[in-house]
Design a protein around this ligand. Structure first.
Ligand code: G3P
Ligand code: MG
Length: 254
C-alpha cells in the first residue's frame, strides 16, 4: 500500500476554533497557521448549488429559521456566517463551494470535502459535489500521478451520497465516514471503491486501526484536540486527522 500522500494534521471546518467554521475566513485562518490540509462540509441549497454548511437547519452559525434547502444559494450566500463566532468576523458570508474550490486550488490547499447532505438529498448532494470538484480539478485529474497529493478527497457519513459521488466522478478519491465503525465496514469500503476509512477517534482501537490498514485502506480520524492523543493515534498507524486546535496540533506536529 502506498504512503498517505496528504497532510497528516488538517484543520477542521477550515480554521478550527480560531475562525467561523465553514467559511473562507476559516480556510484563510488555516492557511495562515501553516496548514496544508483542511476539512469542511458541503450541503445543497434549494437551487442545487453546493455551499459550505454543517447544520441542516439555520440558527447556530447563521441567524434565521428553517432548513438550508429552503433557501437559494444567493440567499444563503448573503447570510452572515461569521458574527456568531466573533465581532471581527461579522459580515463573513456562507461560501459557495465553487469559490472554495477556486481558493483551495489557488493556494495549494489539500481539501477533504465532507459531503453533508440534508436527509432526503443524499444522492443529489453526492452527485453535484463530485461533479463540481471534478470540473474544478479537470486539468490536474488529467495528470493524476503528478497531482495525486493535491486532488480533494470526498468523504461522507452517507453511503448513498458517496455512491452517487462514485458514479459521478469515479476518478476522485473517496473515504467512508463513520461515527462508530460497523461490522461490515470492509464490504462498504470495497463497494464504494474507497481509499480511506474516516471515523471518530474516540471509538477507534489499535486492533481496528491495524485491521483497516491491513485491508489496504488509510485511516483518518476526527476530531483530535490533544497532542498526547494525536501521538497515540499516530503510533497505532492512523494516517491523518483533523483538529480544531490549530495551536496545539500545528501542521508540523509529529
Ligand atoms: O469529516 C470529519 C468530521 O468533520 C465529521 O464530523 O460533524 O464535524 O462534520 P463533523
Ligand atoms: Mg465535517
Amino acid at each position: 500500500m502506498q504512503n498517505w500522500p496528504y497532510p497528516v494534521i488538517c484543520a477542521h471546518r477550515g480554521g478550527g476554533v480560531f475562525a467561523p467554521e465553514n467559511t473562507l475566513a476559516g480556510l484563510r485562518c488555516g492557511v495562515a497557521h501553516g496548514f496544508k490540509g483542511v476539512e469542511f462540509d458541503v450541503m445543497l441549497s434549494r437551487d442545487d448549488v453546493p455551499v459550505l454548511m454543517h447544520d441542516p437547519k439555520l440558527g447556530r452559525t447563521v441567524r434565521g429559521t428553517g432548513a438550508v434547502p429552503d433557501y437559494t444559494a444567493a440567499q444563503l450566500h448573503a447570510m452572515d456566517a461569521g458574527a456568531w463566532h466573533s465581532p471581527a468576523h461579522t459580515g463573513e458570508r456562507v461560501p459557495l463551494f465553487a469559490d472554495v474550490l477556486d481558493y483551495g486550488k489557488q493556494v495549494g490547499l489539500w481539501m477533504n470535502v465532507e459531503i453533508k447532505p440534508v436527509p432526503g438529498f443524499e444522492e443529489r448532494t453526492g452527485t453535484i459535489a463530485a461533479q463540481m470538484t471534478a470540473q474544478h480539478y479537470a486539468d490536474w485529474l488529467a495528470a493524476p500521478e503528478q497531482h495525486r497529493a493535491q486532488i480533494p478527497l470526498l468523504s461522507s457519513f452517507s453511503f448513498v451520497a458517496l455512491q452517487a459521488a462514485q458514479a459521478a466522478a469515479p476518478q476522485l478519491p473517496r473515504g467512508m465516514l463513520y461515527e462508530q465503525i460497523p461490522a461490515d465496514w470492509q464490504a462498504q469500503l470495497q463497494q464504494l471503491g474507497c481509499v480511506s476509512l474516516h471515523c471518530n477517534h474516540k471509538h477507534l482501537t489499535p486492533e481496528m486501526t491495524q485491521a483497516i490498514r491491513a485491508a489496504g485502506y488509510w485511516v483518518f480520524v476526527y476530531t483530535v484536540n490533544e497532542a498526547a492523543r494525536a501521538r497515540e493515534l499516530l503510533g497505532w498507524g492512523v494516517n491523518g486527522m483533523v483538529t480544531d486546535r490549530l495551536d496545539l496540533l500545528p501542521p508540523d506536529f509529529s
